[in-house]
Design a protein around this ligand. Structure first.
Ligand SMILES: NC(=O)c1ccc[n+]([C@@H]2O[C@H](COP(=O)([O-])OP(=O)(O)OC[C@H]3O[C@@H](n4cnc5c(N)ncnc54)[C@H](O)[C@@H]3O)[C@@H](O)[C@H]2O)c1
Length: 336
């Protein structure tokens, strides 16, 4: 395969980042994009010289010139396009959360098995060098098997206006659930979670979850949308993994780069997706590079696991239930 041919469904804030990052990869050609918004299609067509611009998802999904479809639409609406794309013979990258319903995640997994195509969850932190280095340190024995994990994810308050459209567990904490499952290497047995709402939203601005894994490891996950906008800190995340032989940690709010101007201080994201010198850097690019290499070389991905993503949605669902009922939730056995 000379180039992996890509189609992108959804050109919102994150879909445009997919487009920019895919277009900066030498071994990839973005052949078509789809969005309901004519303005976004026009922008993508002009800026990235994409010729096939669709407003109907079926036109994209049925295009036989495409190898891989990125599904970057609203969180709760990934099921249908993912199933249709797999059934029409495409590999699929489905953004996190792969869905907000456990039964849909299992349906996607079964459809991928039937199709023989790759189904790849957009858990890009597995490609952030810091989180990936922690995984390596767990495996090499430097840190060893995790005993205790703490993970914090905090974002600027203004973002909540948009992302309260789904529960905070599906927008933020799902990243840490995926990391915790990856690091522990086994399923979660029990969950107890606490949500606190500052506004009148149905999604909590502050969410804490305690997880107990089948191997006895414990984790505390904390996500919030409470970084004041004026603080100028785009990402205020932290992690500590205590293993049987060592500890790994980092904290990102003092990332080293501060830009001071008349509006105050800005500590920008330099790890997820950044455009510098007309090309992209960051974990999104690393993830897309890896996925396209697997497709081009017919490799089975070992860094990415849809089975882990399915379990992640089960854990997220248990977290929502625990918040609602104020009770500990015991998870069942794997269903597939
Ligand atoms: N991996 C990450 O770190 C990361 C970061 C941000 C967002 N995301 C995920 O990416 C997804 C999209 O988020 P966003 O912030 O870009 O949302 P958004 O609301 O900005 O964009 C969604 C876009 O999808 C389009 N769309 C929806 N349904 C469509 C359909 N059937 N046909 C054509 N177009 C359709 C909308 O018109 C809109 O332009 C979400 O699942 C989100 O959680 C992931």
């Amino acid at each position: 395969m000379d180039k992996v041919k890509v189609g992108i469904l959804g050109l919102g804030r994150w879909g445009m980042n997919h487009l920019e990052a895919f277009c900066s990869l030498g071994q990839v050609e973005v052949v078509a994009v789809c969005d309901k918004s004519p303005e976004k299609l026009e922008l993508a067509g002009q800026k990235y010289r994409i010729k096939q611009l669709y407003s109907n998802e079926d036109d994209l999904i049925l295009n036989d010139d495409i190898d891989l479809i990125s599904v970057v639409t609203f969180e709760s609406q990934h099921l249908e396009p993912t199933l249709k794309a797999l059934r029409s013979g495409k590999h699929v990258l489905v953004e996190k959360p792969v869905t907000t319903r456990p039964e849909e995640a299992r349906e996607m997994q079964a459809a991928a098995a039937d199709s023989g195509k790759l189904l790849l969850p957009g858990h890009l932190l597995r490609f952030d060098p810091r989180y990936a280095a922690i995984k390596e340190a767990i495996q090499s024995g430097k840190v060893g098997t995790p005993v205790s994990m703490y993970m914090k994810r905090a974002r600027e308050n203004f973002l909540f206006d948009t992302f309260k459209r789904v529960h905070t567990v599906y927008e933020l904490m799902i990243h840490d659930i995926d990391l915790a499952i990856w690091y522990a290497g086994c399923r979660v047995k029990k969950v107890k979670a606490y949500g606190r709402t500052v506004s009148d939203s149905s999604s909590p601005e502050v969410l804490w979850a305690n997880l107990e894994f089948e191997n006895g490891a414990i984790a505390v996950l904390h996500s919030n949308w409470m970084t004041p906008d004026a603080a100028g800190i785009e990402i205020a995340d932290a992690i500590e993994v205590i293993g049987q032989s060592g500890t790994a940690h980092f904290e990102s709010s003092l990332s080293g780069l501060h830009i001071w101007d008349g509006g105050g201080r800005l500590t920008p994201d330099m790890n997820i997706h950044v455009n510098l010198h007309g090309q992209t850097i960051g974990s999104l690019r690393e993830q897309l590079t890896y996925i396209c290499r697997c497709i081009a070389q017919g490799e089975e991905p070992s860094v990415i696991s849809f089975a882990d993503a399915v379990h992640g949605v089960e854990v997220a669902d248990a977290i929502v239930t625990s918040c609602e009922k104020g009770q500990e939730i015991v998870l069942g056995e794997a269903m597939l």
